[in-house]
Design a protein around this ligand. Structure first.
Ligand code: B12
Ligand code: SF4
Ligand code: SF4
Length: 375
């Protein structure tokens, strides 16, 4: 690697990126992404379908793109006790899209300084761009594609946010961790015979090693799905209020993960202190105050109440019933539906009379459907 590229790597690390690796841009074999989409595993994330061609060919995103700089930001939290509702660890930060963007802006300036790249010569993305971030990271040797579908790093385990800079600058590519048969992202490259993640998934969301059916994934259901959570999945959601880390947490590669520097992150480790009762009675003003600058604000209060009802229904705690009864009269059918489910699950036959009264005044078909069958 020449001195200039060495300097680039060093400057990017100084900006707060804990892992910096480079791959040469080429079209990606399309069978996996197309197969995933054709099977409907993207659920209602129609944007995944619309952007498929771009995801498979970076030249459609940036004509003349030669290299992709893959960046990782470590968000390992060490032991983190969550005794009530459980949050995905990534969510215990201010929105990483915003905090990492500052680092990407600075990284663009470094490319300009060292290589004379203008703003037209690169595109920088964190999460929301049409880029197969995990695949490129595996190709660049930033880690490997685990059977849990995560990009797993030897130094940081599963706990890495990824970002990508596509650029017209020709850089010397890094090697993958081991030669890959597909040349892109061989699933399970360093997993050996282990299947812990596949076995641990509470909702059986893995269609195959490395392939997540979003329709069954708690992360999708509690974050991306804006509507009713399918009844058949709600028990499996257990205490997961927002996102899910089960298939990440069980991975033995995390044993080697060190806590990161967090130069591009702002922790919100106070969120697990919010009790279920507090969540179920949250007002719009309090929601705005507590979740300011976090990704959770995109879920809106209605989504948070929906999720909290599911977790409350699974809690076995009858002390939550007063708050849940109030939510059976909420103005939004989405919230009423999940509140009815939770009340039925917690109070059972003992509340048959009150439930009949709630049902009698209900007019929404989706809420009425909640009164049928086992909760
Ligand atoms: C859509 C999406 C989701 C969906 C679908 C998940 C999925 N497995 O695809 C849902 C909402 C379920 C989700 C959940 C989560 N997500 Co998400 N998600 C994305 C997003 C926007 C696109 C992913 C995608 O393209 N999926 C389509 C599938 C087919 O592709 P893939 O698994 O990513 O890619 C693999 C294969 O396609 C393969 N491949 C592609 N072509 C080919 C060709 C050949 C021949 C071969 C062999 C392989 C191959 O290479 C890739 C590496 O395995 C990315 C951001 C981005 N722009 O990439 C974040 C991203 C993947 N998510 C992320 C995170 C953190 C999560 C959660 C952990 C959040 C949480 N705690 O709740 C969970 C984890 C669930 C899991 N086990 O995957 C991180 C992952 C970081 C990492 N270290 O891997 C990303 C990269 C966001 C970021 N910038 O940090 N996510
Ligand atoms: S994030 Fe949770 S629900 Fe989704 S695949 Fe992993 S373990 Fe299963
Ligand atoms: S838990 Fe085991 S199978 Fe799953 S990604 Fe980690 S090493 Fe691979």
């Amino acid at each position: 690697m020449d001195a200039r590229q060495q300097a680039l790597r060093q400057r990017l690390e100084t900006l707060g990126f804990d892992a910096v690796r480079i791959a040469r841009v080429e079209p990606v074999p399309g069978d996996r992404l197309h197969g995933w989409l054709a099977a409907g595993m993207h659920a209602d994330m129609a944007w995944m379908e619309r952007t498929a061609a771009k995801r498979l060919d970076p030249a459609l995103v940036l004509p003349g793109a030669r290299s992709v700089i893959m960046l990782g930001v470590n968000y390992a939290t060490g032991a983190l006790r969550q005794e009530g509702p459980v949050w995905a660890r990534y969510a215990l930060h201010e929105d990483y899209h915003d905090t990492m963007q500052a680092g990407l802006d600075a990284a663009g300036a470094v490319l300009g300084e060292l290589y004379g790249a203008g703003t037209d010569d690169y595109r920088a993305y964190v999460d929301t761009g049409p880029v197969l971030e995990r695949g490129w990271a595996a190709k660049a040797g930033l880690g490997f594609a685990g059977k849990n579908a995560m990009l797993i790093s030897r130094e940081h385990g599963n706990w890495l946010f990824l970002a990508a800079i596509l650029t017209r600058v020709e850089l010397e590519p890094d090697l993958p961790l081991r030669p890959q048969r597909s040349g892109f992202a061989d699933v399970g490259l360093l997993c050996g015979k282990c299947t812990r993640c596949l076995d641990a998934c509470p909702t059986q969301a893995f269609a195959a090693p490395g392939v997540v059916d979003a329709r069954r994934c708690i992360s999708y259901q509690t974050i991306e799905n804006k509507g009713i959570i399918p009844r058949g999945l709600r028990r499996g959601i257990g205490r997961h209020l927002y996102g899910c880390d089960v298939c990440l947490e069980v991975c033995p590669w995390n044993r080697f993960a060190r806590e990161g520097r967090r130069l591009l992150l702002t922790a919100r480790f106070d969120l697990p202190d919010l009790g279920l009762d507090e969540l179920l009675t949250m007002t719009p003003a309090r929601f705005a105050e507590v979740f300011r600058r976090t990704a959770i604000k995109r879920l809106k209060l209605r989504g948070l109440l929906r999720n909290a009802c599911v977790v409350a229904g699974n809690s076995g705690d009858p002390g939550l019933l007063p708050a849940l009864w109030r939510l059976t009269a909420h103005e939004l059918p989405l919230v009423r539906a999940h509140a009815v489910w939770a009340v039925r699950r917690l109070a059972g036959a003992a509340a048959a009379g009150e439930l009949a009264a709630v049902r009698a005044r209900e007019t929404d078909a989706e809420v009425l459907a909640e009164f049928a069958g086992e909760p």
